[in-house]
Design a protein around this ligand. Structure first.
Ligand code: ZN
Length: 237
């Protein structure tokens, strides 16, 4: 099944009926990034089953590292309440971004959300920019050993790093490649496609506008071709 493993709210999700040009996943993982877009994600999730041909929506609620400075008292209770309303929802988008301010606050907020995911047994969708030295131990303290599904979205690490998380640490982790940013012929991308179990590499748009979803179907087809060739090469050796 074709899935967009990480996408954001854009207004057409509440007004348009499929087909969307170039974007026809059967399932989408729709991430909130702050309290302000939580209701929109909830509305799309409620709307989806009533619109013929609309993808199945898995909602995620969380505080993205870019928005930690906006938090006000009681945010954890409000997040927990949103997750209670949607038993299939994950915790996302959460994580750390070392290129953005408030890294110490980011760590506190990230850890609190990982602990909430463990308490409620929810999957997590994680953003990490130049922050593996903190993200890895925080996952290892919480959702990693708990066996909860972890998506490392927009992953641009190496196959060695990915295999360390899968085999070395035993995490239930997947890695998603972003259609608008991934260079398919880079050695890193090829390494991930060739060396990881196929079900561990997912595809995403990370779109925040309808425009950014375009080209996703082509991207998925290109990855499929690359995977087939990779398999063919292996079989020849
Ligand atoms: Zn995102």
């Amino acid at each position: 099944m074709l899935t967009d493993a990480h996408v954001h709210f854009f207004p057409e999700l509440l007004t348009h009926t499929p087909p969307f040009p170039g974007w026809d996943p059967r399932q989408i993982h729709l991430n909130a990034t702050q309290e302000a877009d939580r209701e929109a994600v909830a509305q799309v999730t409620r709307r989806a089953p009533n619109v013929p041909g609309f993808p199945e929506v898995v909602p995620y609620f969380g505080i993205h590292p870019w928005y930690v400075a906006d938090l006000s008292d009681g945010w954890e209770d409000r997040l927990s309440a949103a997750l209670d309303q949607f038993p299939a929802a994950g915790v996302g988008e959460i994580g750390l971004d070392a290129l953005r301010p408030d890294l110490e606050l980011q760590k506190k907020v990230f850890l609190a959300q990982l602990e909430l995911a463990v308490a409620l047994k929810r999957p997590v969708s994680i953003h990490c920019v130049r922050a593996w030295e903190w993200v890895e131990p925080l996952i290892q303290r919480t959702v990693g050993p708990a066996g909860l599904p972890i998506l490392l979205h927009g992953f641009n690490g190496s196959a060695d790093q990915a295999l360390h998380f899968i085999e070395g640490l035993g995490w239930n982790v997947s890695f998603s490649l972003t259609s608008i940013r991934t260079r398919l012929n880079s050695p890193k991308t090829r390494g991930l496609l060739e060396r990881l179990p196929p079900d561990r590499v997912l595809l995403e748009t990370d779109a925040e506008t309808l425009d950014q979803t375009q080209g996703f179907r082509e991207f998925c087809q290109a990855v499929e071709t690359l995977r087939r060739n990779g398999t063919a090469n292996t079989a020849n050796h």
